[in-house]
Design a binder for this molecule. Structure first.
Ligand code: HEC
Ligand code: HEC
Length: 233
């Protein structure tokens, strides 16, 4: 009996230890609480949870992550690690003074309020649900005049300003590399452009590499490569 009791106490401590960890560490550890549940993610995505103040994601990001409004990015077929990371970075991390991913002019992103009420499990479930969805309505390039310049930056970078080729990380066809580099193909050109400007201004401070890359690009470089990346397949 004594033995059993100490085992129960030990298990209780372990559980406490896990829940007290910061979300990002908990996600990386193999001992994460429950397996992500795509069906629960789908329900939360479509219906939200009014009792907990979770707004239905579908109202902005469209059916199954296919947005019809360029200001709201497509989320379908994006890597789940990337989606999860973004959701945690729209929120204020424990001990941090500032949110890592802010919006235009450094004002809070719309997403900071949306991500606030999500639990660790919600973020995992939503990420797994979204990564399984097909990008059925990908955005396209809009300006043929920008194609040549955009393609050049994508494939070769801007060597005299130390801008590396985007293709080297985001992959030649823009699909990204799950777990490492997000998909850009089929994303709205205006959204890609805005994110590069947020990286350049440092308002989006969740990836020093992208901050440096964007810092070396002019407005017209950014416009051209954003349009090109959107149209990649
Ligand atoms: C009121 C509209 C709105 C709602 C509701 C909303 N979003 Fe967003 N979402 C946005 C906007 C706008 C952005 C771009 C934010 C920025 O750049 O700061 C965004 C960005 C994101 C991103 C980053 C995408 C990327 O490519 O980096 C993720 C992930 C995301 N939202 C997930 C969700 C989830 C999950 C929900 C539901 C819990 C949700 N959003 C609800 C408007 C919304
Ligand atoms: C060395 C690797 C690397 C290179 C080269 C690179 N990127 Fe990135 N990029 C990343 C990583 C990693 C992220 C994810 C950052 C995060 O976690 O938020 C990212 C994110 C982005 C995003 C945000 C996507 C979203 O959904 O919000 C855009 C836009 C982007 N990169 C555009 C570019 C462009 C354009 C180029 C070429 C000029 C480029 N990147 C070159 C690694 C790279």
């Amino acid at each position: 009996m004594k033995y059993l009791l100490s085992k129960v106490v030990f298990a209780g401590c372990l559980l406490l230890g896990v829940s007290a960890m910061s979300p990002s560490i908990a996600a990386g550890a193999a001992t994460g609480p429950a397996k992500p549940d795509a069906a629960k993610g789908a329900t939360l995505y479509e219906q939200g949870d009014a009792a907990r103040g979770v707004v239905a994601c579908v109202s902005c990001h469209g059916a199954a992550g296919n947005s019809t409004i360029p200001a709201n990015p497509n989320l379908a077929a994006q890597s789940h690690e990337y989606i999860y990371k973004q959701l945690t970075e729209f929120r204020l991390k424990a001990g941090a003074k500032e949110v890592l991913r802010k919006g235009v002019d450094g004002a809070p992103s719309v997403m900071t309020a949306m991500a606030g009420p999500l639990t660790e499990a919600d973020m995992q479930n939503l990420s797994v649900y979204l990564t399984q969805q097909k990008l059925t309505e990908p955005a396209t390039a809009t300006n043929p005049k920008l194609l040549e310049r955009g393609q050049h930056i994508w494939r070769a970078g801007i060597p005299d300003r130390n801008v590396p080729a985007c293709a080297g990380c985001h992959s030649p066809n823009g699909a990204g590399i799950p777990g490492q580099y997000p998909r850009l193909s089929g994303q709205f050109p205006s959204y890609i452009e805005e994110q590069l400007k947020l990286f350049r201004a440092g308002h989006r401070a969740n990836n020093p590499m992208m901050n440096q890359i964007a810092d070396r690009m002019s407005d017209s470089d950014i416009k051209a490569v954003s349009d090109y990346a959107a149209g990649l397949r």
